[in-house]
Design a protein around this ligand. Structure first.
Ligand SMILES: *[C@@H]1O[C@H](CO)[C@@H](O)[C@H](O)[C@H]1NC(C)=O
Ligand SMILES: *[C@@H]1O[C@H](CO)[C@@H](O)[C@H](O)[C@H]1NC(C)=O
Ligand SMILES: *[C@@H]1O[C@H](CO)[C@@H](O)[C@H](O)[C@H]1NC(C)=O
Length: 438
């Protein structure tokens, strides 16, 4: 009898340990942000995973014309190294260039989290540490502002301006191809931000093996860029975050059902916008504003998003747009109509907990979408709104960076891509017949 009893106790203990283990193992930020929201500071060791050491990143030293030189027009010394002391702030009035400024915030985070300043272990909970010895690096960061280069030099896609954008791409490929570390892996362990759909447009093939930081996969071929190797990063939101969203009844304090502001005449994926404009026209509770991005436009969006329960996010010229991230930081439940969209950190976040999805076809049917949205109960909506408030900090780019903010999330994503990059690298060194099983 005693034996049976102690056996069952043993089984029970093993079972409880197993259960606890699998809970911890599954979905990292989910368990921390939802169940243990208040305990976060004590739970978090370094590197986001609780006790993983910070990802070691070596950052190439590049002349300023590849990065911050594009922010300051008064010919600064091209060879002066960028440091935490002389890093120019992101300009306050940069307009829409800000949307794709992921490259700037990643570089800034590495300057901030440098080994010499914070030590090597990353004990304070950040995901990343900049190392000065390339031999000790897990990955290599290429601080070329390819999106800003397109916006500053290449925007009208005409010579001679665009030549400068092209030249920077040619030059960077040359620098990389001469690097021992690039050659070692064909760039597979290199991290390169190419967030604007037209960034690096002349030479993308040259960096096709690298871990690219992208907005979506609308333009490039699936060989140049795909979800296996690349990281989808949020746009940098252009509306101000809704920080004191503490209304006693947020459901009632948002009188409009659905809000959209933007252009309806988009190319490619954005054609669905025309159909949406027709089916939503003259619908009670729906605000469908046809407007261009401008400073007043942004103020209108802030008002509209904060006074609506749902915010419509149709595809633009490409599957993604900045509007989604504006909606998230406004805690306006996103309604996503974009069949080809890919979303940031989706291995860690379940977007269906705080967003609604319709296919292009569903959304184009008269009344379909509005009926569904009206059918969502207040309780369900409030749960989504609360979840939005919890996850919104993951979409903030800032300097200095903070644990769990957008750059730290991106670095964690880079870490998640590393095993596949290593696998591809190791296999490439010995395979004679590539992927026979395809
Ligand atoms: C990437 O581009 C290079 C040439 O720039 C090419 O040799 C290589 O096959 C491409 N990689 C893939 C996976 O297509
Ligand atoms: C993703 O890109 C890599 C590198 O070009 C390529 O080897 C791989 O086959 C691509 N994966 C898919 C699913 O297309
Ligand atoms: C919306 O309806 C009005 C008439 O009520 C019409 O003039 C307008 O063209 C419609 N707009 C769209 C986008 O269908």
């Amino acid at each position: 009898m005693k034996q049976i009893l102690s056996k069952s106790i043993l089984y029970f203990v093993v079972f409880v340990l197993f259960l606890a283990g699998s809970l911890v193992f599954m979905g990292r930020i989910d368990y921390r942000s939802r169940f243990f929201a208040n305990w976060q500071p004590c739970l978090r060791g370094g590197g986001g995973g609780g006790h993983l050491p910070a990802l070691k990143v070596y950052m190439y030293d590049l002349p300023r014309r590849f990065n911050v030189g594009m922010l300051t027009h008064h010919g600064s010394n091209d060879d002066l190294p960028v440091t935490i002391k002389n890093l120019p702030p992101w300009p306050a009035r940069s307009g829409l260039n800000k949307q794709h400024s992921v490259e700037y915030w990643m570089m800034a985070s590495l300057l901030y989290y440098s080994e010499s300043r914070i030590g090597g272990g990353g004990v304070s909970g950040q995901e990343v540490v900049r190392v000065s010895d390339p031999e000790s690096a897990d990955v290599f960061f290429v601080p070329f502002f390819s999106s800003l280069s397109f916006n500053v030099h290449g925007k009208d896609m005409r010579d001679p301006d665009t030549e400068f954008d092209k030249q920077l791409q040619v030059d960077i490929i040359k620098i990389l191809s001469e690097s021992t570390y690039w050659k070692r892996s064909s760039g597979r362990d290199h991290v390169i931000p190419v967030h604007h759909p037209n960034a690096f447009r002349f030479m993308r093939d040259g960096v096709n093996a690298s871990i690219l930081i992208v907005a979506d996969f609308g333009r490039p071929t699936h060989i140049q860029s795909n979800l296996t190797k690349d990281v989808v990063a949020p746009y940098v939101h252009v509306v101000n975050s809704f920080l004191n969203d503490e209304s006693s009844d947020p459901y009632e304090s948002r009188p409009n059902l659905l809000f959209f502001r933007g252009r309806t005449d988009r190319k490619d994926e954005g054609k669905v916008r025309g159909a949406l404009a027709r089916v939503l026209n003259n619908t009670k509770g729906v605000i469908y504003d046809v407007g261009r991005a401008s400073d007043e436009g942004i103020q209108e969006s802030v008002k509209g998003m904060r006074s609506s329960k749902f915010c419509l996010n149709p595809a633009g010229d490409t599957p993604s747009s900045c509007r989604l991230f504006d909606a998230i930081v406004s805690h306006c439940v996103p309604v996503i109509v974009s069949d080809k969209i890919e979303l940031p950190y989706e291995d860690e976040l379940d977007y269906s907990e705080f967003s609604i999805f319709f296919s292009d076809e569903e959304a184009s049917k008269p009344n379909y979408m509005v009926d569904k949205l009206q059918g969502i109960s207040k309780e369900k909506w409030l749960a989504m709104w609360r979840r939005l408030k919890t996850i919104a900090p993951h979409f903030e780019y800032q300097y200095p960076p903070k644990n769990e903010d957008a750059v730290n999330m991106i670095w964690r994503q880079v870490r998640h891509k590393l095993p596949a990059a290593k696998l591809a690298h190791h296999r490439s060194r010995r395979l004679k017949v590539p992927d026979w099983w395809r």
